[in-house]
Design a protein around this ligand. Structure first.
Ligand code: ADP
Length: 387
């Protein structure tokens, strides 16, 4: 590349509560030049804080000759977890935008502060570059009020910003669009139920490329059973734990976020381990699997009714892409809903997007690998080019 060519590289930073993930992509051909993760922030053996984690990431890139000072870097994209009702699209970062993300901290106390630190360090290192915030909530901003509102006192809800925001939006957007591609149809013509099943898990109903419902709510705790998070519980359970169990707020928080889900039910949060234990006849692993699958089926039914017509059900993220057993169990005996899985196709392990339903299935069943970093890089590059 000669020195005058326009820069095409984008650095994507994902500052989580205890780790910083980074990827450097060349948007000329969407190739990945580098990726890495700095883990155990604030824990023993790790770096002390997020600023140090970002310095470490920058140093790792420098060692590979890909330092942040490179003239080939066009922009930096930041995953930001909570955009509230204000941010409904990727946004060029300014001081005012940072202030607004700061104001949203009470809605995402573990995540937004980490995101803000990431932004601050990156802006300090490259104040000349466009930096873009891509929000996890943005894709869900189109959800109609009937689905977004909780049926609680309206004034209280308004005062505290209590409504359903949804998360994993970048993944749901990427995967629903890729599914339309896979079907050879325009995104505007297809209705898709996306099942993003990773450590965190969420479902969304996407009508013609527009999100109309999702399983996560005010926080990423609502909805499906996850690795360590409960998903839906009767809110009365919390009251019961406080009143009868004497648990305080932090204890309830830890219980529902860290000691529940698959882990809470059977002591393991990795679907691979659960599969191995089930094969040995382990009853608690079987129960965890059954609860997980039951919840999935419940959302599948709910979102089928929300959409009316469903063209595709698509599985993505660690469990969705890799666990044929979960896909099979989630869709078993759903022929009355027009869903017929081809067991042979479903069992084949493959890397790319693929259809795993039978030709007779009215609803296509697809497996589409998600790529949130690529999606963030695309959004970032597109905005940067407009500067
Ligand atoms: P994150 O939400 O952290 O991005 P991933 O989408 O990578 O997580 O999903 C991680 C989870 O995927 C693991 O905890 C594990 O349960 C599951 N997983 C990964 N590989 C497999 C596999 N081959 N079979 C079943 N489950 C898998």
């Amino acid at each position: 590349m000669n020195g005058t060519a326009a820069p095409t590289r984008v650095l994507v930073l994902n500052s989580g509560s205890s780790s910083v993930k980074y990827q450097l992509l060349d948007m000329a051909d969407e190739s990945r030049l580098a990726s890495g993760v700095v883990e155990r922030i604030g824990e023993e053996g790790g770096v002390p804080d997020h600023a140090a984690a970002l310095d470490r990431a920058a140093a790792e890139l420098r060692e590979r000759g890909l330092g942040l000072d490179s003239p080939q870097l066009a922009a930096i994209g930041h995953r930001v977890v909570h955009g509230g009702t204000r941010f409904t699209a990727p946004t060029l970062i300014t001081d005012e935008v940072v202030d607004e993300i700061e104001r949203l901290v009470p809605l995402a106390p573990l995540h937004n502060p980490a995101n803000i630190t990431g932004i601050a360090v990156a802006r300090r290192l490259r104040p000349d570059l466009p930096q873009v915030a891509v929000f996890d909530t943005a894709f869900h901003a189109t959800i109609p009020e009937a689905a977004a509102r909780y049926a609680i006192d309206a004034e209280t809800a308004e005062k505290y910003g209590i409504r359903r925001y949804g998360f994993h939006g970048t993944s749901h957007a990427f995967v629903s669009a890729a599914t339309a591609d896979l079907l050879g149809r325009a995104p505007g013509d297809v209705n898709v139920i996306v099942l993003h099943l990773g450590n965190g898990a969420s479902a969304s109903a996407v009508r013609g490329g527009v999100c109309v419902d999702t399983s996560m709510g005010l926080t990423p705790l609502e909805g499906l059973v996850m690795g360590t998070r409960s998903g839906d519980v009767d809110p009365g359970v919390l009251l019961h734990l406080e009143r009868v169990g004497g648990l305080d707020t932090d204890e309830v928080d830890r219980l529902l976020n860290k000691r529940s889900g698959l882990l809470g039910l059977c002591g393991a949060n990795d679907m691979r381990e659960i599969g191995r234990r089930m094969a040995e006849g382990d009853e608690s692993a079987q129960l965890a699997f059954d609860v997980y699958v039951h919840r999935l089926r419940r959302y599948l039914g709910a979102f089928t009714a929300v959409l009316g017509r469903v063209d595709a059900v698509v599985f993505t993220a660690g469990v969705g892409e890799n666990s044929a057993a979960v896909r099979e169990a989630a869709l078993r005996d759903l022929e009355p809903l027009g869903i017929v899985v081809d067991s042979v196709r479903n069992a084949v392990r493959a890397a790319g997007p693929r259809i795993v339903s039978a030709p007779s299935s009215r609803v296509a069943v697809a497996v589409v690998p998600t790529d949130e970093e690529l999606a963030i890089a695309r959004d970032t590059y597109e905005l940067a080019l407009r500067q």
